[in-house]
Ligand binder design. Structure first.
Ligand code: AGP
Length: 608
């Protein structure tokens, strides 16, 4: 899951592409590179590490080139070296390619090209592409035809951009599974993996679909479908999210900013959807499938990572409020399971980025099953948003930090709305939950107001290298999510465990060096989770408990307590998530780590 950017137009493209790469850096930050073509002249620069390093070098080269491509890498094939950084180049140095995805048959293509006298300098799969184009160019001398032939040989997932001194007035691009969008400007076009690299320059975009191949000049975008060769009429859309939101403001990093957006996130997720006074829930995005929804007999939720943990909370909510059986499956497991699927089953995909390849593959698997495919997505216009039959946007605004925080809060809120919608208002929890949702933003703010307290507690535990997270019922998915936040931001070994499961094995790990974070808010299971805390204490394990204000007895069994405002059992995960996110954040910052760009990870996983 890399980030690619391309520019063609009448302005010098170097800085536009570099700024685009900075905006896309959350997609991968192992290395970065840029190639510039100015007539018959070309320059190519690659650097290991963050985009800032490349910017420093690139600023030294003077160039007015109006044809530029760039790349920020998340390594899949080949280690983190300069050689493996993109752009990858043809042997004769005239063709430059940047790629996001995986070429599954690259070894076979490499053999074919080596037999034709080509050599390879990198361990990447991508290096076959510029050489394949060159291979066909020798046969056709028409770059567009050569590009097409090369793509027809490639198997796998790709978003590709190519430029060459042999076609200095065109930018070539193609998409299969990995996202690609073209920004339409005045005598210029900007190509990127997602709109965040474009929106500074234009709000008018063209999303490429699978098998689209585009030939782009400053004034024109020509698209063909690679499968049937037919021309595709470019459909321009307007981006409706403001770039301001993506700016850091006074925050030290995006993770803290996005945690502190929780109250606004709950508000926008319920805006125009919840009316407690009228006792109604209205989800415009589901209106065109209401008839099918009335006959739903089973819901299968597919997602990955944090989104799957939101799904687990959705499972409880939909089953309890709407009485419809739900199953949550990890998308990458769902794809390879052979299970019966009836038409009265709904497949609900949850994804912040809307570009997670595993979740896209899960949706594709049931494409011809005749089942309703719904989406809960944050990124507007993303692949999952466009491939589902209907859905509900989270409207949380761009989420830049790799660790998902506000999107989780929005996903759980939206799942609550869907559960209430599916209940048809028949649940006795309907009205109390609507009222609670309207007041929830201020309770979320009350949790944020305790940030300093949570910081002091977190820093006390920043030196531990193992952590257990426990919870019961709604607290169980929270334990999984809390552990994930700590793992991915502080690299601490952390486990999420259902409280009742501890004594079946994990308790063996507990001692004074293995603290436990317990979700012990007010619920019919408070006694149960308190007993689990006692089990930990009995083994000398330190305990941090998240509890509901007014619960004083918890202080007798926990070393530290984070108090949350009183709320309903179903809305507790939303408040508890904020506490767990801040806890992980302060431990990671205390350990001096880059919370926005954790090692080995990237924001949207666009390869299987
Ligand atoms: C969460 O903090 C991680 N970034 C990761 O687990 C993420 O939730 C997962 O990759 C799913 O991403 P999506 O919601 O964009 O599909």
């Amino acid at each position: 899951m890399c980030g690619i950017v391309g520019y063609i137009g009448n302005k010098p493209g170097r800085d536009i592409v570099l700024e685009g790469l900075e905006a896309l850096e959350y997609r991968g930050y192992d290395s970065a590179g840029i190639a510039l073509v100015d007539g018959g002249q070309s320059q190519c620069l690659k650097k290991i590490g963050r985009v800032t390093g490349l910017v420093g070098e690139a600023k030294k080269i003077s160039s007015n080139a109006g044809l530029v491509i760039g790349h920020t890498r998340w390594a899949t094939h080949g280690g983190v070296t300069n050689q493996n950084a993109h752009p990858q180049t043809s042997n004769d140095g005239t063709i430059f390619v940047v790629h996001n995805g995986i070429i599954e048959n690259f070894a076979e293509l490499k053999t074919k090209l080596e037999a034709a006298g080509y050599h390879f300098d990198s361990q990447t799969d991508t290096e076959v592409v510029p050489n394949l184009i060159d291979y066909y160019l020798k046969q056709t001398s028409d770059f567009e035809k050569a590009f097409k032939s090369a793509l027809n040989d490639v198997r796998g997932a790709y978003a590709i951009a190519a430029i060459s001194t042999k076609a200095p007035d065109k930018l070539f691009a193609a998409r299969l599974s990995s996202p690609l969008v073209i920004g339409v400007g005045k005598n210029e076009h900007i190509l990127a993996s997602d709109p965040s690299a474009i929106m500074e320059h234009t709000k008018k975009v063209i999303y490429l679909e699978d098998y689209d191949m585009a030939v782009i000049t400053g004034s024109k975008v020509k698209i063909h479908n690679l499968k049937d060769g037919k021309p595709v009429k470019p459909e321009a859309e307007l981006l409706d999210f403001e770039s301001e939101k993506a700016l850091l403001g006074d925050y030290p990093n995006f993770m803290l900013k996005e945690i502190f957006e929780a109250p606004a996130t709950i508000k926008t997720a319920t805006l125009g959807r919840v009316n407690a006074a009228a006792n109604t829930v209205k989800l415009g995005g589901l209106e065109n499938v209401l008839r099918q929804l009335n006959h739903v007999e089973r819901v299968v939720i597919v997602a990955c990572g944090t989104a799957s943990y939101a799904g687990l909370i959705g499972e409880y909510l939909i089953e309890e409020l709407a009485g419809i059986p739900v199953e949550v499956q990890l998308a990458h497991e769902f794809k390879y399971r052979d299970e019966p699927f009836s038409r009265s089953t709904v497949l609900l995909a949850i994804s912040q980025s809307g570009e997670t390849a595993d979740t896209i593959a899960a949706l594709k698997k049931v494409e011809d099953f005749g089942v309703l495919r719904l989406g809960i997505v944050n990124a507007v216009g993303s692949t999952i948003a466009r491939m589902t039959d209907a859905g509900v946007y989270c409207h949380a605004g761009p989420e830049r930090a790799v660790a998902s925080t506000k999107a989780f809060v929005a996903q759980v809120t939206v799942l609550m709305l869907i559960a209430l919608h599916l209940s048809g208002g028949n649940s006795k929890r309907f009205s109390p939950l609507l009222k609670e949702l309207e007041g929830l933003p201020s309770k979320a703010q009350a949790v944020l107001d305790q940030a300093e307290t949570i910081k002091q507690i977190a820093e006390k535990y920043a030196g531990f290298n193992d952590f257990m997270f426990i919870g019961r019922k709604y607290g169980y998915p929270m334990a999984l999510e809390g552990a994930l936040k700590l793992k991915e931001t502080s690299y601490i070994h952390a486990e999420g465990c259902a409280g009742g499961e501890l004594k079946h094995g994990s308790l063996a790990m507990i001692d004074q060096n293995f603290p436990t974070f317990a979700f012990a808010t007010e619920s019919p299971l408070l006694d149960k989770i308190s007993s689990n805390i006692q089990e930990v204490r009995a083994r000398g394990g330190p305990v941090v408990a998240v509890a509901t204000e007014g619960n004083t007895s918890i202080k007798d069994i926990a070393d530290d307590v984070i108090y949350l405002p009183k709320t309903l059992e179903e809305t507790q995960p939303i408040l508890a998530a904020i506490a767990a996110q801040l806890f992980a954040y302060y431990i990671a910052t205390k350990r001096g780590l880059d919370v926005d760009r954790p090692r080995n990870l990237a924001k949207s996983v666009t390869v299987e």
